[in-house]
Write a protein that binds this ligand. Structure first.
Ligand code: CUA
Length: 362
């Protein structure tokens, strides 16, 4: 057997082995990529097309990843330095035009193809429904809560939780009052920045009936210390239930807990503490604070059983309306929403102050 033909034959065998390894790895990679549940349930009509796009991207990119990895492995094994070759120079290589054209053209075609496909999907899912068939909800981000403004048949109201009917298209007008936030309902897949000074948009159609139920709303842009707590709920209702909810929200507000005397007001305040005031966008205190009497265990803000002990009503009121005035040791300013004076009525603030003053000074 001639001396120089042995390495060449070996190399050919290695290439064949690498091709086999590459094909097997590609098949396994694509199978795993398509089996894993990457996303939460697809609960909007837009979600299906986005998930399909993702699957196509997996099928297109796994072979590229495997090809690159296999070539790197092949080169490392095949062209490694052997003992005695320490001072040898590599062969002089001056390029290979045909190879360079190929490895530029193939990725370029692949990328143009995928970009075109993604563009078509995006144009598809952003298409407006027939005029008049759409509800517009204005979503406003503010450190650290979302609020949702409706205009239902000319009646306007704002809520802290999102309610939508299943099967109907909704266009979100997304705004911000302070810094950049990002409005995202993972189950619907769509997501967009809320940027101060401009209004951004997207539309979704929650599936009917698959989407009926609760879905997490999260802020997807780091916006400050309370970013991780900027989470609310999208309630998707059957259309008839949604109409009932709209009626409830647009009906004249019933006289609040004033009628029940002292005890009634206390119950009212406790409920306010644990649940907030959805109709005006007031965040629940219990989301962030600990208070034994209300069973609240929030860790974001100070433990009210401790910091309010021995404090008078005036201090408590000031802490609710102007939270940055006195900051408890170990906590940061600008975490607590500064707008409780707007989102709570004067009666609600007074009831909260009375309640907090009572339960923290037992
Ligand atoms: Cu708002 Cu993160």
């Amino acid at each position: 057997m001639p001396e120089e033909s042995t390495p060449r034959r070996e190399r050919k065998r290695t290439v064949q082995q690498m091709v086999v390894v590459g094909i097997i790895a590609t098949a396994i990679g694509i199978a795993i990529g398509l089996t894993i549940h990457w996303f939460p349930p697809a609960d909007s009509t837009q979600a299906d097309k986005i998930d399909t796009l993702w699957d196509v991207l997996i099928i297109a990119t796994v072979p590229v990843f495997v090809l690159v990895t296999v070539i790197v492995c092949f080169a490392v094994i095949e062209f490694r330095m052997r003992p005695g070759e320490e001072n040898l120079d590599g062969p002089p290589i001056h390029g290979n035009t045909r190879l360079e054209v190929i490895w530029t053209a193939i990725p370029a075609i692949l990328i143009v193809g995928l970009v075109t496909y993604a563009y078509v999907v995006m144009r598809d899912i952003e298409e407006a429904p027939a005029a008049g068939n759409e509800r517009v909800v204005t979503v406003t981000g503010q450190q650290f809560a979302w609020s949702f403004a409706y205009n239902e048949g000319g009646k306007r109201f704002t809520t802290a939780q999102l309610y939508l009917p299943a099967g109907k298209s909704v266009k979100f007008d997304v705004k911000s009052k302070d810094v950049i936030h990002d409005f995202w309902v993972p189950d619907f897949r769509m997501k967009i920045d809320a940027v101060p000074g401009i209004t951004t948009h997207y539309r979704v159609t929650p599936k009917n009936p698959a989407a009926i139920g609760d879905h997490a709303i999260v802020c997807a842009e780091l916006c400050g210390l309370g970013h991780a707590f900027m989470r609310q709920t999208a309630h998707i209702l059957a259309p008839a239930e949604f109409d009932k909810w709209v009626q409830k929200m647009t009906a004249k507000p019933a006289a609040g807990g004033g009628g029940g005397g002292g005890g009634g007001a206390a119950v009212n305040a406790k409920q306010l503490f644990t649940s907030g005031n959805a109709s005006t966008g007031a965040t629940a205190c219990a989301t962030c604070h600990t208070l034994a009497d209300a069973g609240a265990q929030g860790q974001v803000g100070p433990d009210l059983d401790k910091v309010l002990k021995g404090k008078d009503a005036a201090f408590i009121k000031e802490s609710i309306l102007d939270p940055n005035k006195v900051i408890a040791p170990g906590y940061q300013p600008n975490v607590m929403p500064p707008n409780f004076g707007d989102t709570l009525s004067a009666e609600q603030v007074d009831a909260l102050v009375k309640y907090l003053s009572t339960v923290t000074n037992k």
